[in-house]
Design a protein around this ligand. Sequence first.
Ligand SMILES: [Zn+2]
Length: 109
Amino acid sequence: MLNIGWLGEGKPFPAGPISSEFRDALRQLCEMPILKHRGFHGCELCGLRSPYVGNGQIRVKDQAGQVFAAPTMVSQYVEIHEYQPSDVLIEAALNSIGTSADGLGKSNA
Ligand SMILES: [Zn+2]
């Protein structure tokens, strides 16, 4: 599993446009995190503090089977701070959405 989308104050990150399809997919994934934490993490970039945004993690899997872990805050990073994740996360999010509750895609069972 690879971690992706963990941004912090003072750390540079790629910014740029993303598709509305990806934005919506990421938002949907972050609304139903696979892991929820006790307490929550505020946004180090703008100071947003919300127990509904920074309180968990998502998992997505690309078509090659690589699983990525990202904080639920990643949706806020994309929408507010124009974070442009790598293409692998975008592909994995689009691949994962709507296939299962955990974002890891359909099982073979
Ligand atoms: Zn922020």
